[in-house]
Design a protein around this ligand. Sequence first.
Ligand code: P6P
Length: 336
Amino acid sequence: MMINRKILTLDEFTIRQLRQFPKATGELSSLLRDIGLAAKRINVEVNKAGLVDILGDAGSINVQGEDVKKLDIYANTQFTGVLQHGISCAGIGSEELDEIVVFDDEVSNNSKYVVLFDPLDGSSNIDVNISIGTIFGVYRRLSELGKPCTTEDFLQPGVRQVAAGYVVYGSSTMLVYATRRGVNGFTLDPAIGEFCLSHPDMKCPEDGKIYSVNHGNFFQYEEGVRNYINGCQKKDKNNGGPYTQRYIGSMVADVHRNLIKGGIFMYPGTIDKPGGKLRLMYECNPFAFMIEVAGGKATDGKRRILDIQPTELHQRTPFFAGSKNMMEEMETFYTK
Ligand code: P6P
């Protein structure tokens, strides 16, 4: 029987990466495999959501004040569980939980990393079968090994992430993650239950023609943002041709598309919410890290997202991210 050596599973890929770092302990590779395991379990439930009455609200309200879908809770439990029972994670911060969870057992207290995640982003789309996703960021802890992790381990600027990624549960299920060495995408092969390397060394095109923003908030945006959006619509053949507006209302799906095709994703601040809607620690920082590693840019309109010093676990930030040249064009409108 011929073995197809071209197909690399997530496990094989992380082990090969490990070989390039003889001094590496393998904890990060193990953590990424744990995330892949949780993603596979969540994928099973997401794919049958309409069949087992898993639709509909779980009846509770999360820390964001949003109706919690049953899948949110399931996804949060899966990620928390695999990370707690792994060998790499000392604790987690989740969109679904008011406070951090310190695992505080011997193995976890001797683990090097902490993880922040949004277990199921875009969950309001579950009931209408639109792609949803998981977003995660991994930090090396600052506190002393052997002791429980602390809040300071989580409130680090995004530039200190050692890895970040997302899972998009869509027409296919993909896990995409970045380390400083690059961004790689793995597509789940349901026949063998493995994430297989399908998008090696992903790069964000420097240019694009897609802009993603909620036009419903247009008159609430700052003038510079409104001028940029108008500019996107006035493009003619003499200045690169018209842009296309694409906005699914699911950050993972929108940013994933723009990462592959080129484009700019915007969730600006508004008059009502000048700090924006998206969360810095487990939505914006992970995507900002990935997009920068892939060659793009990510700011809050003025500052580099990864440089923001967080003060709260669930703080929000305006978010602009995508193709380098589109971001630089947007910045000229913002500073006018
Ligand atoms: P709006 C989903 O609720 C989410 O957090 C992101 O996935 C998405 O990009 C954004 O909110 C959509 O927000 O206000 O445009 O519906």
